[in-house]
Design a protein. Sequence first.
Length: 335
Amino acid sequence: MRAETTWIDGIRRSLLTSESPVSRLKDRLLKKAPSPPKRQASQQWSHAFVEYLRSECHLSDNTVVAYQRDLRRFHDWSGGRSVVEMKIAELSDFVAWLNTQNLAPASIARHIVALRMFFRYLQLEGVLVENLAELLGSQKLWQRIPDVLSPGMIEAFLEAPKPFDPYWRRDRALLECLYATGCRASELSNLKLEDVHLEDGYCLAYGKGNKQRVTPLGRKAREAIALYLEEERPQFTKVAKAPPPWLLLSRRGRRLRREAIWELVKRYAARARLPDTISPHTLRHSFATHLLAGGADLRQVQEMLGHASIATTQIYTHVDQSRLKKVHQQFHPRA
């Protein structure tokens, strides 16, 4: 009886040792088991967050890329640490570090917004219990008056593409469209041929959040586009593998990228001897300011620009002082 008890005790002890089959099986299962979601590194959630911004928030591609770049900078700064372990003091240190990186206040403010949205997403997914990024203070921004070209400067700028340029008809149509519609460079780059209605004098632009709006096309812009469609665009479509749907094409029949539009604007601005700060957005600012100076209603300009809030459009009322003088002379009793 004693021998049987000793034998049973020996088996029981062998099963409890690390060398036992049961113990080895248990170790293998524990090694293969995934770590709890709350302990995953924050980088692993970035890809899902980007898809969330595109599919559910419906943000534009440029905004998604900017937020993705901001989060990458945050991950590099944190050394890959999990956001679950971070405290508000560490997030504040990140904002303080951003202020030492020679970034514009608007860029720092965007970093904070990207961080808040990322933490909010993790909170929705159950990774975080509370969103500490909401406690970060907002970056105070000065309201800057946009640069605007005078009508004379606009005329010189639009006439800058000359017949000796390789694709001057396309380039002139590009500049005319920017000024006639007030479109952003990305909106003009994605403008399709089917969205341009020359006979009716308008085109359909797709702005932030893929929101559609009607933008006008004046006589000069329609003439420039018609000349480009007749003389140059057929040359670009010949080298394309399939009929391209976009209005503005590169010499290889591809969509004219936003970066290429910037380069062309810079080139012709230098030829017209305009300041080197000129960009496609300068033509957008000039479009809005000249409309208001001509007597257009602020709500109409807001609709043509595609601004979600009229507060964004109101900045242009501070640019043109002649409009304010006319209003004062017309309505003030002692003007």
